[in-house]
Design a protein around this ligand. Structure first.
Ligand code: UD1
Length: 369
């Protein structure tokens, strides 16, 4: 069986690692990887391949940065050429997650009549202001097989009229990677390197356009972070997009020892930092899930989440777009024991289940409506 995965960004690489580990163990499964090049520098890209021991991608499309239309359009053109000219036999094309690579893959794969599977299907924030929601909806609408990571995804897809035989709840492949690498993360000297001196700390990540592109909104979050530092030191791991916006604002923390800005981290250091945190403040999808698997409290700086299992498990809480609510929520968390409940099948075996689904469904008729 020939399987082609298309990846483009940091969260894709983490999921690819879990898939690759599992696919390797199936003798008749031949896996090729296409990298669109949306994330291209060392810290958002190569470090993940290195640390997670993912082989070099078989093909690079070198798309790079740009508007969403530029990224999707250029990926579609390059991927169509690749599938027409270089990759002749394909049983399954994998679109992964909700990034621009996923929607581009879905449209090209289906127009060339390939069999398309979506890994992380069925997630819905019900917020079409979010670029990733458009990517999710279109990718699911076109996929022949929909592999679900959050139990609510099954209901969402059924409500949208997807036939039951196309929907499989497989669990979360990102958690396969987390479980396989936690011991390596725990051995990293990142906290020593950051000179944290065993002081309790929180971690911040913030990169969504809705939080960082509006200077007024970003300023509100920064003020709230400063207020939290009266109770807890914070490490703010800054995404390149956010770095550019902070520079535009000329932002410098009042006390740089209590609110420490640090550059994007590799996978293992980020996992180690999350594992040791009292609380994580984030607008990332993957980090909501990783904190759930780690049993670390998470405050999501968004009005909604497409990953409600993280809230049901008791680790995640939505703060909405109200920075003024942050301080009270953090102080409450500091005085409450953390939950350790994990959603079903977030057990480290999702990659294996995905491989079995691909083998079992290879004769599933193509979707036609
Ligand atoms: C993308 C995904 C988002 C995911 C995030 C994880 C989409 C629609 N969004 O958002 O779902 O949570 O990745 O990081 O696909 N940049 C660099 N170096 C890089 C990559 C990007 O400096 O290696 C810069 C770009 O020049 C740009 C900014 O980061 O200014 C944003 O990059 P972009 O690719 O638009 O998406 P992300 O915000 O990273």
């Amino acid at each position: 069986m020939n399987v082609v995965s298309v990846v483009g960004t940091r969260p894709n690489f983490v999921k690819l690692a879990g898939l690759h580990q599992a696919f390797q163990t199936i003798p008749d499964l031949h896996h090729k990887v296409v990298h669109t090049g949306q994330h291209y520098d060392f810290k958002l890209n190569a470090v993940f391949f290195q640390e997670l021991k993912i082989p070099e991608p078989d093909y690079y499309l070198e798309i790079g940065s740009g508007s969403h239309a530029e990224q999707v359009g250029n990926t579609m053109i390059a991927l169509e050429n690749l599938l027409r000219e270089e990759i002749s036999t394909v049983d399954w094309i994998l679109a992964i997650g909700d990034v621009n690579a996923a929607i581009s893959t879905a449209m090209v794969a289906k127009k060339l009549n390939h069999r398309l599977v979506h890994v992380e299907a069925g997630l819905r924030s019900f917020d079409w202001q979010m670029p990733e929601e458009i990517n999710r909806v279109v990718t699911d609408r076109l996929s022949d097989l929909l592999l679900v990571s959050d139990p609510v995804g099954v209901e969402n897809l059924q409500q949208e009229g997807v036939e039951d035989e196309r929907i499989v709840y497989v669990g979360n492949v990102m958690i396969d990677t987390l479980r396989a690498n936690l011991h390596l993360a725990e051995a990293r000297p990142i906290l020593k390197d950051l000179d944290s001196q065993d002081n309790p700390y929180g971690v911040i990540t913030l990169h969504r356009p809705s939080n960082v592109d509006d200077p007024h909104k970003l300023h509100g979050w920064l003020q709230a972070f400063e207020a939290v530092t009266a109770h807890l030191n914070l490490f703010f791991v800054v995404h390149p997009r956010t770095q550019a916006r902070l520079s535009d604002l000329g932002f410098q923390p009042t006390d740089p020892d209590r609110l420490r800005l640090i550059d994007s981290l590799g996978y293992l250091d980020m996992l180690a930092l999350q594992k040791g945190a009292k609380v994580v403040l984030t607008d990332s999808g993957g980090i909501q899930e990783e904190t759930t698997a780690l049993g670390v409290p998470c405050l999501t700086l968004r009005d909604n989440t497409e990953r409600p299992a993280t809230v049901d498990s008791g680790t995640n809480q939505l703060i909405g777009s109200k920075p003024e609510a942050l301080l009270e929520a953090v102080t409450k968390i500091l005085n409450t024991p953390a939950s350790t409940q994990v959603p079903p099948l977030w057990d480290g075996q999702t990659g294996q289940r995905i491989a079995q689904c691909l083998l079992n469904s290879v004769n599933l008729p193509l979707r036609n409506q």
